[in-house]
Design a protein around this ligand. Structure first.
Ligand SMILES: Cc1cc2nc3c(=O)[nH]c(=O)nc-3n(C[C@H](O)[C@H](O)[C@H](O)COP(=O)(O)OP(=O)(O)OC[C@H]3O[C@@H](n4cnc5c(N)ncnc54)[C@H](O)[C@@H]3O)c2cc1C
Length: 399
C-alpha cells in the first residue's frame, strides 16, 4: 500500500498533480491516498520533494530485504489416477541432494482427492515432511484452485526453493503460482545446483534453440522456482525405513473458488504416449529414407517389447506422429536401451535421450555426431542391419 508520512508531508500537491489515477489528493494540508484507486505505480513516490511517500509491499511477497527467512525445499507432487508421476520421484532425489548443501528440509506438497496414501511413498523417496491437501474440489485439476492453494501455502511457510515437473499440469499452473508470489520461474530445467558462495539455486536449461545451456539465478526474490522435465534426473531407490511427518492441510473456502468447470476428462492412448515409461526405445531418423522402411524400426521395437521414437526430421516427413518425437521440442526419455537408427545426433535430439543407460546407434556415416554419445555404434545401412538384428533376436528366442 502507499503510505504517507504526515510529519514530512507539507501538502504541496505535487503528488496530486502527478497521479493520473486520481488516487492521491491533498486534504487539510496533508496528502491522502485512495488505496482502491492506487495502482502502486510509484510515480508520486519519486516526485515527492519531501520524501513523504512510501510503497509498502505486502508481507510475504517480495523478500528482497530478508532472503534468509525463506527456508527449505518443496517438491510439488503430481498424482494422477492414483499414481505418482515419475518426475515427482526424480525431483525428490534432486531435492535431497540440494538439501544436503543447504542443510535444509525437503517437503513434498501433495494435492488432490483420495491421495493421502501416497504420502508415505513420498517419504520413502526422500521427503522429510508431506503437506497433504486432500479435498473434493481437487478431484479434477484446475489452474485456479491448485495455484491458489499452493501460493497460499508458500506465502505462509516461505520455502526457499519450489520444484515441480514440467508436465502438462506443472506447465499450466506453476507460472500462476510464481506470478502470485511475484517471484521468478525457470521452466524446463535440465540441471539444478547450489552456488557455493551464496547458496543460490543455479537453474540450467537449454536456450537459443538448444545451441547453448543457460544458467539462471533468482537473486532477489523468494521462493526460487523451477520446473524440470520428466526423465532428466534419476529417482532414488525408495527406502521403506525412512521416517517423515505427514501434515494435513484444510484449504480455506475462498481458495477453492474457480471460474473454469471441468466437464470431462479423457485418457488418450495414442502412438508415442508410452514413450516416457518404455525401457527400450527404437528411434527412427531421416536415414530410413521412406515411410515404409520405418516398419523395420516398429518390428524391432515390438519384438523387444519397447516403443518407437522419432527425430523431428522423421516427424516432419510424416512418417511418425509428433507424439513420438524425442528431444528439445519433444519428450525427454531415459530408457535402459536406446537404439537410434538413421539419426545424425543433432544437439536438439541428444538433449532428449542422453540420459539413456545404453545407447546403440546405426548410421552409415562413421563421422555422425550420434556416435559421440553411444555405448555401441554400428556403421552401415539401417535397411540391411535392422532385418539382420531382428532375425538374430528371433532366432535367439526361438521364434
Ligand atoms: C529449435 C529446434 C528444436 C528442435 N527440436 C528437435 C527435437 O525435439 N527432436 C529432434 O530430433 N530434432 C529437433 N530439431 C531438429 C534437429 O536439429 C535435427 O534437424 C534433427 O534431429 C535431425 O533428424 P535426423 O537425425 O533424423 O536427420 P538428419 O540430420 O538428416 O540425419 C539422418 C542421418 O541418417 C544417416 N543415414 C542416411 N541414410 C542412412 C541409411 N540408409 N542407413 C543408416 N543411416 C543413414 C545419415 O548419415 C544421417 O546421419 C530441432 C531443431 C530446432 C532448430
Amino acid at each position: 500500500m502507499l503510505k504517507v508520512d504526515t510529519e514530512k508531508c507539507t501538502g504541496c500537491g505535487e503528488c496530486e498533480e502527478s497521479c493520473t489515477f486520481e488516487a492521491i489528493f491533498v486534504k487539510d494540508g496533508k496528502a491522502v491516498v485512495d488505496q482502491d484507486a492506487c495502482t502502486m505505480c510509484g510515480i508520486c513516490v519519486n516526485g515527492c520533494p519531501e520524501g513523504a511517500l512510501e510503497l509498502q509491499v505486502e508481507e510475504g511477497l517480495y523478500a528482497t530485504t530478508d532472503l534468509s527467512s525463506w527456508k527449505g525445499i518443496w517438491v510439488i507432487a503430481e498424482c494422477r489416477g492414483g499414481i505418482l508421476a515419475s518426475v515427482t520421484l526424480e525431483l525428490l532425489a534432486k531435492a535431497r541432494e540440494l538439501a544436503g548443501e543447504l542443510e535444509a528440509e525437503v517437503t513434498a506438497v501433495l494435492m488432490g482427492r483420495g491421495i493421502e496414501s501416497k504420502a508415505q511413498e513420498l517419504i520413502f523417496h526422500g521427503a522429510d515432511r508431506v503437506l497433504v491437501v486432500d479435498h473434493q474440489e481437487l478431484a479434477t485439476f484446475t489452474d485456479e484452485v491448485y495455484g491458489n492453494i499452493l501460493a497460499d501455502l508458500a506465502k505462509r511457510e516461505r520455502p526457499e526453493i519450489i520444484l515441480a515437473g514440467a508436465t502438462a499440469m506443472g506447465r499450466s499452473y506453476i507460472p500462476r503460482v510464481a506470478t502470485i508470489l511475484e517471484t521468478g520461474l525457470t521452466a524446463d530445467c535440465t540441471g539444478l545446483d547450489i552456488r557455493a558462495e551464496d547458496k543460490a539455486l543455479l537453474q540450467t536449461r537449454p536456450a537459443f534453440g538448444g545451441n547453448l545451456m543457460a544458467t539462471i539465478v533468482c537473486p532477489e526474490h523468494r521462493p526460487q522456482m523451477a520446473t524440470v522435465r520428466p526423465h532428466v534426473m534419476k529417482a532414488d531407490i525408495p527406502d521403506p525405513g525412512r521416517k517423515g511427518e505427514v501434515i494435513r492441510i484444510v484449504p480455506r473456502e475462498n481458495l477453492l473458488e474457480h471460474r473454469v468447470q471441468v466437464l470431462k476428462s479423457v485418457n488418450e492412448q495414442t502412438e508415442g504416449s508410452n514413450l516416457g515409461e518404455a525401457d527400450i526405445i527404437v528411434t527412427a531418423g531421416r536415414g530410413f529414407e521412406q515411410k515404409e522402411n520405418v516398419d523395420l524400426a516398429k518390428e524391432l521395437a515390438h519384438l523387444l517389447g519397447g516403443a518407437v521414437g522419432s527425430t523431428r526430421a522423421a516427424v516432419d516427413a510424416g512418417w511418425l506422429s509428433s507424439r513420438t518425437q524425442i528431444g528439445q521440442t519433444g519428450v525427454t526419455v531415459s530408457p535402459k536401451l536406446y537404439i537410434a537408427c538413421g539419426v545424425s545426433g543433432a544437439i536438439q535430439h541428444i538433449v532428449g535421450m542422453q540420459g539413456s543407460e545404453i545407447i546403440v546407434a546405426i548410421n552409415k556415416d562413421a563421422e555422425a555426431p550420434i556416435f559421440d554419445v553411444t555405448t555401441y555404434g554400428l556403421v552401415g545401412d539401417v535397411k540391411e542391419i535392422l532385418p539382420l538384428l531382428t532375425k538374430r533376436i528371433q532366432k535367439e528366442r526361438g521364434l
